[in-house]
Design a protein around this ligand. Structure first.
Ligand code: GUN
Length: 234
């Protein structure tokens, strides 16, 4: 069973799964989203990304009604995250914020370096850290002197999707390293975007892969869904 469905069962959230085939048309997917938008017993809709190439991802995200958009990918919710007035925080960045808070790490004034600029992680992560008064830098494939920039980071979030590319020599002594990557090596082992062994030697705290950020993402999906249901009651 997929991890999201299992989490719903464990938390007592009713769920429906539609495992559509890869050749499903955009029209059929949009029709399903519309049906779920209108279904009273559904409070959260998640369309698993990435979608097949023949489907316009933006069109599908835009079709989800913002108050059921528990991923917070709809432009209305993205805009609300920018302003700081939002109901749903995107799940992966929200899970990371929980990990930081629960670990007693203060963000205010800290150098926060994010590697990766995706709509799912890098960009919203930058906003959540900024709201907590971090000094935020977003790095990407065109960043010059990446190692130098990462070495400034008190909090480093690796979300590029390249196995073990962040190495200990790029980490400042005592930094917090958060690894969003889930990469499978040729021998099938799962590794993150950070090289755990060498980064752990420098870091004051580091998340493992698997088991660090991933479970938090699903927990935040449950949280957003419960919040959506609660907001509907008002
Ligand atoms: N694909 C990878 N991460 C995510 C996520 O957080 N939400 C959705 N819908 N798809 C994803």
């Amino acid at each position: 069973m997929n991890a999201k469905k299992k989490a719903c069962e464990e938390t007592g959230i009713y769920s429906e799964e539609y495992a559509l085939s890869g050749d499903t048309t955009q029209e059929a997917l949009l029709a399903l989203v519309k049906t779920l938008n209108e279904k009273d017993d559904i409070d959260g809709i998640l369309v698993q990304l990435p979608l097949p190439k023949h489907i316009d991802e933006d069109a599908v995200i835009n079709a989800i009604t913002p108050n059921k958009d528990v991923d917070a990918f709809h432009p209305v919710n993205v805009g609300r995250i920018m302003t700081g007035n939002y109901d749903f925080a995107p799940c992966t960045p929200a899970g990371i914020m929980e990990l930081i808070a629960e670990s007693g790490i203060d963000i205010a004034g800290k150098e926060c370096v994010i590697i990766g600029r995706s709509n799912i992680v890098g960009k919203p992560m930058s906003m959540l850290l900024l709201h907590k008064h971090g000094t935020v830098t977003i790095c990407h494939s065109k960043t010059q002197n990446l190692a130098e920039v990462v070495r400034r980071g008190d909090i480093v979030v690796a979300a590029v999707g390249r196995p073990q590319m962040i190495t200990g020599d790029m980490i400042k002594e005592g930094a917090v390293v958060i690894d969003v990557g889930i990469n499978r090596l040729a021998d099938k082992t799962l590794v993150g975007d950070a090289d755990f062994e060498s980064c752990a030697e420098k870091a004051s705290a580091i998340t493992p892969v698997p088991g660090g950020v991933g479970p938090m993402t699903i927990a935040m999906l449950m949280k957003n869904t419960v919040k959506s249901a609660a907001l509907k009651q008002r």
